[in-house]
Design a protein around this ligand. Sequence first.
Ligand code: DUC
Ligand code: ZN
Ligand code: ZN
Length: 465
Amino acid sequence: MFDTIIRGGRISTASDTFFCDVGITDGRIAALGADLGTAAEIIDASGKWVLPGGIDSHVHISQPSGEGIVMADDFESATRSAVIGGNTTVLPFCMQERDVPLREAVNAYHARADGECYTDVSFHLIICDPTPAVLGQELPALVRDGYTSFKVFMTYDGLALTDRQMLEVMAVARETRALVMVHAENYDIIRYLTDQLEAGGHTAPRFHATSRPVIAEREATYRAISLAELSDVPLMVVHVSNREAMDEIRRARRRGLKIFGETCPQYLVLTENDLDGLNMEGAKYVCSPPPRDAASQKACWEGIEQEIFSVFSSDHCPFRYDDPQGKLAPRGRTSFRWVPNGIPGVGARLPILFSEGVMKGRIDINRFVALTATNHAKTYGLYPRKGTIAVGADADIAIWDPDRRQKLTHAMLADGCDYTPYEGIEITGWPVTTLVRGKTMVRDGDLIGRKGHGTHLTRAISAYA
Ligand code: DUC
Ligand code: ZN
Ligand code: ZN
C-alpha cells in the first residue's frame, strides 16, 4: 500500500523512456512497476508524460538590487511560479554584503525563505569581498554545512573580483571541493563603452546591448577558463549567450578540462531587437549578457544539441516593469546604465524548452530531462536524491500534457512580476500536475499545495568537483 500511485504514464529520465506506475511512500519513490495495486491517492497519468520535476539552478530571489530598486519576487511568489511551471527545486543566490559575516547573510536569506516556499530551495553563495576571514574560515565552514557552490562576477561595481581574487576563491574551491560559477563579462570594456555611449547621448534601453558586446563575454569566458585551469578546479560558465563564448567552452572541454556551460531561454527566443521598443518598453528585456541575434540563437541551440551546455536555467531575476522600484525607476529613464538588470523566467523556462526543443524535434525528451533536472542535480550535489525518477529518490515529479497548445501569457505564470518577456509565444506541452516530495502541489493546473512545504536542502559535493 502506497501513499500515492501515478498510474499509466510514460516515464522519461535522462537516459530511458518506459511505461509503468510510480508508487510513492513517505515522499520518496518506493516502487516502479506494472500494477502496483492501490493507494490513498491515485493520479491518472494516461496519455501524459511523467518527468523528474525541474531543477532551476540559477534564480535570484529577494536579492538587494541597488538603491530604490526592489525585486518583484519574494520566496513565496518565485517558488509559486516555479512549481506552476513544473519545477520542484530552485537554487537561488545568497549574496555576500561587505563588512557583514557571510554566515549572517546566509541566515538572512533563510529567514526570508523559511516557511514561504512551494518548492525545495538551496542557496549558492555570491562572493564579492573575499577577505582572509571569508577565504580562510567562513567559506570552508559553509561548504561543510552544505552550501557547496560559489558564484563570482567579473563585472559590476561592488561585485567584480580581480583576477587575483578569482584565483583566491578558486583555491578555496579546490581545497573544499566547492563548485565555482562565473558571470563572465569584461568589466572595463563595458564601463568604457557605457561612458562613450552616454557621452554621445545614446541612453535608451537598446544601448544596453551595444555596451556589452560578444567580445566582452568571449574574453572574460576565456580568462575565467584560464584561471580555473591554473587552479585545477571545475567551472560553470553561467548564462552563455553566443557562439564565441560557447566555443571557448568547447575548446576547453576538448583539452579535457571540466568546464561546464549554462544557457537560458532568453538566448534561444529573444534578440537584441527586443530592446528596441518605443519609449522604455525595451527595458523589459534588459538582462546580462543581453540577448544577441538570430545567429547566436542558432549557436545556443547547437550548444544544447551538442552537449556543450549541460544545464538550461532561467536566470530568473525579476523586476516589475510599470513600477518606480522596477524597470521604470526614475534613474533608469536617464540611461540604460541604471535600468535594473534581469528578467523573469522561472515559470516559463520548462514550457519554452519543451515546446521549442522537444516538440520541434531539436532535442529528445531524455536530453530535455538532463538539461532541466538531472544535470543540475549532478552538478550541484543533489543527485541521486533529486533530478531523476528512481526507487529511493525524492518523489519530485512533473506530469506533462504533451498535447496542450496555448499562447504563453503572464497571467499563467503566477509570479510577482507584471509582465513576461515571453508573452505570446506559442507553447505546445504543459506541466499540468507537479509533486514535491510526494505531495501534489499543482493538480490539473491549479495550485493546491501550501507554501512552507518546500524546504532548504543542504547539498553534497558536486559530482564534478
Ligand atoms: N547576472 C545574473 O546572473 N543575473 C542577473 C543579472 C546578471 O548580471
Ligand atoms: Zn550573472
Ligand atoms: Zn543570474
